[in-house]
Design a protein around this ligand. Sequence first.
Ligand SMILES: *Cc1c(COP(=O)(O)O)cnc(C)c1O
Length: 474
Amino acid sequence: MKGEPNTSKLRALPSVDKLLHSEHGAILAAEYGIQIVTETLRNELADCRESIKAKLYDHASFFDEKHILRKAESALEELHRSLLRPVFNLTGTVLHTNLGRAPLPQEAIDEVMAVMSGASNVEFNLTSGKRGDRDELVETWLTRLTGAEAATVVNNNAAAVLLVLNTLARRKEVPVSRGELVEIGGSFRIPDVMARAGSKLVEVGTTNRTHLADFADVMSPKTGLIMKIHTSNYVVQGFTASVADRDLSALARLHDVPFVNDLGSGTLLDFSKYGLPKEQTAFEAIQAGADLITFSGDKLLGGPQCGIIAGKAELIKKIKRSALKRALRVDKLTLAALNAVLKLYGNPDVLAQKLPSLRLLARPQKDIQNVAKRIATPLQEYFKDDAVVSLSDCKSQIGSGAMPIDILPSSAVKISLSRSSGKKLGLLATAFRGLPIPVVGRIHEDAFFLDIRCLEEQDEKRFVSQITQLKFKL
Ligand SMILES: *Cc1c(COP(=O)(O)O)cnc(C)c1O
């Protein structure tokens, strides 16, 4: 009869119970829990039955107890593998939003560790024994560094902008220059945020030129606030004009509404002394008349993901009373990390050594080149005749919409395949991403580039030791 040999094979399959009570099965159950192991073994046995019916198997050992348990173990390991993993960011974009933006300094890690495993005074005043205010934990440093009267922290800068608009300009008009209607990647678009906050956007001026009179013309009792937005990820060049902060601030005062400045990247220090472009600092923005400023914690500031709102005490008080603030607040781990990072700014002389994001951004090209040279050798040894590994000067980006242009002279390892095709280069990139610590580079002009700016000497060994595990065939 057709299929008869299969029947005996199917009958010979071990039962779930037998597998569970084997030595290996018991070990798996103890580690992963009996329920999930049972479920996994059932799935494996179902697969076996399918393969037998379809005659899809190499040899009989495919169905023995040992083999089924080994397959179940791989499936369980896969299920338990952490999905959020460290990677090597060799893309050339230092503050890469998709790769987690700023790496945190050891000081922040220590402070997070100290509070994460137990109770802490996140909202408890140790002096009075009464309920405390979580913002106070970082307010001392935030006001000191920005020159603002008060500050509060929320989940990210998008939340900060939303909260400010919703609290101070709900059902009100908000004039914004047409040159500043930005879209930051990942669905943050000023017109949409305005709508979500319940504010009415009033576009003024033109894309390239906006004057004070354009703002003055639209001011009315319906105006809730005047907003300026940092054009983080693009530059308007040529025949341009924008209104100075001072003038916008004076106009806002005249109409008794706040002037809000969304700075995007929070620069707390003039980074030009580290060879980076000059950006308006938070302190300067407050000095120039902003009643409130908003900025990210994990862009140029180099801290954890969060959004900071700083400015007039009376406005901050209003914002903190909003129900939306409660929904957007940050947790104790963020506050611990942020405070540690802010404290580093207290000593600018060692900031560039201690704050990883700044250290990477200010890293001399020579340093980068030295590491690139050293790792090129084992890479060439791995690829043999399949590829030519060489050094190439390149330019890194700051990232996160801070400075849209490539500016930082850097050094890359360039891998050119001997027989190149777009498909093979794609597979090469995939192979690098498949390493235990995935390596993310970029394909450019028919080669695969690893910008070494973010590979520091202390990580070099970890990088080199996994090269032999690359799975690539030309
Ligand atoms: C980046 C940016 C935002 C959004 O900040 P997130 O911290 O990513 O939420 C808002 N406004 C400007 C001008 C930005 O550059």
